[in-house]
Design a protein around this ligand. Structure first.
Ligand SMILES: Cc1cc2nc3c(=O)[nH]c(=O)nc-3n(C[C@H](O)[C@H](O)[C@H](O)COP(=O)(O)O)c2cc1C
Length: 353
């Protein structure tokens, strides 16, 4: 029912992909989304090792021969390119790059025959992605869970759709419902990437149960965009990128106090590591986006894909009703008057004859 350049290019039934979420998505989730007719992906930038990475690819291929993808956090690739090299050897159909200039990796990916999706947070990043040969741009807004930029989704998406008419542009950030998907499709996106919506699924086996519970309990106002966890981590993130997380007790206490965080970095980092080991959402980073309030129950990933897309179709069917009919337009330009319309019992603005 929803046909776009994204679905056509990859032979998908639905114009959605699950976001490649490092440490939060693997082959189980990717396979479920691809089997359902979307584009399943998993995060390739993590410390799970090369054997884990191959196991995910094998699992997906044992479940489906539909397209799937792997995503990389671009600025982390140089320090350990092994999963990327495996992805090329294995001919992974789609590779997703995000957060830094992909040009050092894109040529090899294209030569290996992969379709390249570049998730971008600014118009400058989009320009670099196009120069690197991106097949698809993915505009990521600040509403997104996980790491993201400072621009909100709609202004960035609309700008990129206008700038690059020959490149399919997709949308990411805060899309957790049919209304969200319908909105970005109406704005010119060719599909959406869903991260937060996929956390509360049984197939997201990498996500701790207490984090899934937090997703179900939270509303969009319970998130914060913060550098806190990045300041405590080992790898610096590019300028203009920070993380959107559950606004837990640690974030409430420390967000914005960067100098003090750095002074007490060792102690805080060790508290956070201990909290992660016991899966405590009040101290460890629970990445989630502003659309989290729409997620009210744990549901299989395929059902999430189908219900969001089916709801979007229902909503888009009603959109033509907001366009004034010719008769009404005539009245707006002076052929008629609102008083005459009322007198003659003519239809008002917004009605459809
Ligand atoms: C738990 C989590 C982990 C994420 N990890 C990554 C990642 O490793 N690489 C990446 O490009 N994006 C990552 N993202 C961001 C997603 O790619 C995507 O932009 C975002 O989830 C979309 O917004 P939404 O969460 O509101 O759906 C992550 C998001 C979440 C929620």
């Amino acid at each position: 029912m929803l046909k776009t350049r994204f679905t056509e290019l990859l032979g998908l039934d639905y114009p959605v992909m699950n976001a490649p979420m490092s440490n939060h998505s693997g082959g189980r989730l990717a396979a479920a989304v691809s089997v359902a007719g979307g584009l399943g992906t998993f995060g390739g930038s993590n410390n799970f090792g090369r054997a884990w990475f191959r196991e995910q690819l094998d699992f997906i291929r044992s479940e489906t021969d539909r397209p799937f993808g792997v995503g990389f956090i671009t600025h982390l690739m140089a320090s350990d390119p092994s999963n990327f090299e495996t992805a090329l050897e294995e001919g992974v159909p789609v590779l997703v790059f995000s957060f830094a200039d992909p040009k050092s990796w894109a040529r090899a990916a294209k030569d290996a025959g992969s379709t390249i999706i570049c998730q971008v947070q600014t118009t400058l990043a989009a320009e670099m992605a196009i120069d690197a040969g991106a097949d698809i741009l993915l505009a990521q807004g600040n509403e997104a869970g996980g790491h993201t930029g400072e621009m909100n989704l709609l202004p960035l998406l609309c700008d990129l759709v206008d700038r690059y008419p020959n490149v399919p542009v997709m949308a990411a950030g805060g899309i957790t419902s049919g209304r969200g998907l319908a909105t970005v499709l109406a704005a010119g996106a060719e599909g959406a990437s869903l991260g937060t919506a996929m956390l509360a699924t049984p197939e997201a086996v990498e996500v701790p149960a207490s984090f899934k519970e937090q997703v179900l309990q939270s509303s969009g106002e319970d998130t914060a965009y913060t550098r806190l966890y990045d300041l405590l981590g080992d790898e610096p993130w590019p300028a203009g990128i920070a993380g959107r997380v559950y606004r837990n007790k640690l974030v409430q206490q420390w967000d914005g106090r960067d100098a003090e965080i750095l002074e007490r970095r060792e102690e805080l980092a060790s508290d956070v590591a201990a909290a992660r080991a016991r899966q405590d959402p009040e101290l460890s980073s629970v990445y989630m986006g502003q659309g989290v309030g729409n997620i009210r129950e744990l549901r299989p990933a395929g059902e999430v894909v189908r219900s969001i897309c089916d709801d979007a179709v229902r909503i888009l069917r009603n959109v033509p009703a907001v366009i004034a009919t010719e008769a009404v337009i005539a009245t707006e330009v002076g052929v008629d008057s609102p008083q005459r319309r009322r007198d003659q019992n003519l239809p008002g603005r917004g009605s459809v004859s």
